[in-house]
Design a protein around this ligand. Structure first.
Ligand code: ATP
Length: 546
């Protein structure tokens, strides 16, 4: 599938628009259009329902070590700045970036990828050609090899047909693997050696609280929703009657000043997260980790990401954060990534007692196999915690402890994008429907995710058909998202609905006038059958599921 086609469809049919488009757009920010907002809301609603509202705490879930409870939360985007100091985001939440002195562009160090290439380069002022070896780079992840060839052709002044004279070495790597950047041809540069040494860059957006605006009033837009859950752990325990094990779920906006936002909504600067912090007994945490890893993976497959493009990847020991006893990523092979590459949809992490302890004691670091308070040069704690008691007292076991935490952390925008990519299909149209186009494009969404569940058409705009169709539309509208369409040939109307992923179309035709039945048509099988008007709601709700 060509990503450009999907991006064009998303724009054309009102799923996604570049933010601030009429002012030239704002890189890394996206607006969801009328259909996009329905789709993303369905993704979030499915998560909220399946993880929280629909969770039956009386029933043992398959694979779960015991019964458990779930609670919801909606914490603020701007929180006390000390939270980010204790969580580690203030000191550690950074990426390395390089600037290009020539193009004035800034790139994330580990995103600039390329290969070594040697060839004859003609001097600029008519000097003789000399053998030159450069590390040619690109930011184009979709057509990396082609883009590198093009960059090399440009640099060596070759025509496409003469490219064979170049000698390529080594695999595709990012420039963070190189010892020195002096022979690197930056992604937008004409000359090698224009990239600066990498520098750290904090990804948190800074803002100011109140009118005075001094450094003491500085605050940050949250880079993740999780910390809002940790700092409310005690509030939730005290105000509800939840007992460990239990989880707190939250959906909300997060902000990261990504250096190189790209790949449509995959890496945005403003995005939404769906996060759970699951609090459990330390001795059971390994079992809960496995439970959540498998449960979250299944959630995606149940909603249609069932192909080999989805995978669960357990992190190697060396990849784990210093406090983590296990992390797995749920990844999807997005079409804009190089062949064989996967992008993260969700991380499921065993976080031990790191977060709650950090908010009690202050910023922690690992010393041997213990977590200890990080000290500043004066020997005092580098960042002090709240000093509040965030331990949990288990009145049955009669013990007090800091719960361990399993964190399934997913991105609503990345999930929505993966569902869009997976749903995108182009097929040739079967003969019966081959009226206008030989090909049909359709989005094969799971019915729960489809932005529009059904469309109602009068076959023609006469004989009372529009009136009946409008009545059916009104009835369905009470229960689900429905569209009414009477413009153009019915084949075209089907095609318009296919393109936005509507699972069912209902057509009022001549026979409706005689026997009160309508034609129901299935988006995926293209089958058509007749249903009594009065039974339509039941038939549709059955077929649409939850
Ligand atoms: P990456 O390595 O891709 O930057 P991450 O490991 O930093 O991601 P987490 O901090 O684990 O991501 O965030 C949890 C989830 O939030 C991710 O799995 C992803 O779905 C989502 N997410 C993180 N950063 C972004 C972003 N810039 N744009 C959209 N979604 C994001």
């Amino acid at each position: 599938m060509q990503m450009e086609e999907l991006v064009a469809l998303c724009r054309r049919r009102g799923f996604l628009f570049q933010s601030s488009e009429i002012y030239g757009g704002l890189n890394g920010f996206w607006d969801y259009g009328p259909l996009g907002v329905l789709l993303k809301r369905n993704v979030k609603d499915a998560w909220w329902h399946d993880m929280l509202v629909g969770h039956n705490e009386q029933k043992l879930q398959p694979g779960a070590p015991s019964l458990y409870e779930m609670a919801g939360l909606d914490s603020t985007i701007i929180m006390h700045p000390q939270i980010w100091k204790c969580s580690g985001h203030y000191d550690l939440f950074h990426d390395f970036m390089v600037d290009c002195r020539e193009s004035k562009k800034r790139y994330r160090y580990d995103h600039v990828k390329g290969r070594w290439v040697t060839g004859l380069k003609h001097g600029e002022g008519g000097e003789p050609a000399a053998e030159t070896r450069v590390f040619v780079t690109t930011m184009d992840t979709e057509n990396t090899e082609d883009a590198l060839k093009e960059r090399a052709a440009h640099f060596f002044g070759l025509r496409k047909k003469d490219l064979d004279s170049l000698v390529w070495e080594g695999p595709l790597t990012d420039i963070s693997a190189l010892d020195d950047l002096s022979r690197v041809l930056g992604p937008d540069a004409k000359h090698p050696g224009t990239l600066t040494e990498p520098r750290e860059f904090n990804l948190m957006f800074k803002t100011t609280i109140g009118a005075l605006g001094g450094e003491d009033d500085a605050a940050f837009l949250r880079p993740e929703t999780a910390q809002g859950i940790f700092v409310n752990f005690k509030n939730v325990c005290d105000s509800t009657r939840v007992k460990i094990p239990f989880g707190i779920a939250q959906i909300g906006k997060s902000f990261r000043n990504e250096i190189t936002p790209r790949n449509f909504t995959f890496r945005s600067r403003e995005f939404e997260q769906m996060e759970i912090e699951f609090f459990c007994y330390p001795g059971e945490s390994a079992d809960w980790y496995r439970y959540w890893r498998d449960r979250r993976f299944k959630w995606y497959t149940d909603l249609g990401l069932a192909s080999e493009k989805l995978r669960l990847r357990e992190h190697e020991q060396a990849e784990l954060a210093h406090y983590s006893k296990g992390t797995a990523d749920i990844e999807y092979a997005f079409p804009f990534l190089p062949e064989g590459d996967f992008g993260e949809l969700e991380g499921v992490a065993h976080r031990g007692d790191f977060d709650l302890r950090s908010h009690m004691e202050g910023k922690l670091v690992r010393e041997g196999d213990r977590l200890v308070l990080e000290k500043g040069p004066d020997g005092q704690p580098k960042h002090r915690g709240s000093g509040k008691d965030l331990t949990y007292y288990d009145d049955q076991r009669k013990e007090r402890f800091v719960p361990h935490v399993i964190e399934p952390s997913s991105g609503a925008d990345r999930a929505t994008l993966a569902f869009l990519c997976e749903a995108y299909h182009v097929d040739s149209v079967p003969t019966a429907e081959k009226k206008e186009d030989a090909q049909r494009t359709y989005l094969k969404f799971h019915p729960r995710l489809a932005p529009v569940k059904a469309a109602v058409f009068p076959l023609v705009k006469k004989d009372g058909m529009p009136e009946i169709a409008a009545e059916i539309y009104g009835e369905l509208k009470e229960k689900m998202s429905v569209q009414y369409d009477e413009k153009g040939a019915v084949g075209r109307r089907y095609r318009r609905q296919d393109e936005i992923g509507t699972p069912f179309c209902v057509t009022v035709d001549g026979q409706t006038l005689q026997d009160g039945t309508v034609t129901l048509r299935d988006r995926d099988t293209l089958q058509q059958w007749r249903v009594k008007k009065d039974e339509l709601m039941g038939e549709l709700t059955d077929r649409l599921g939850k």
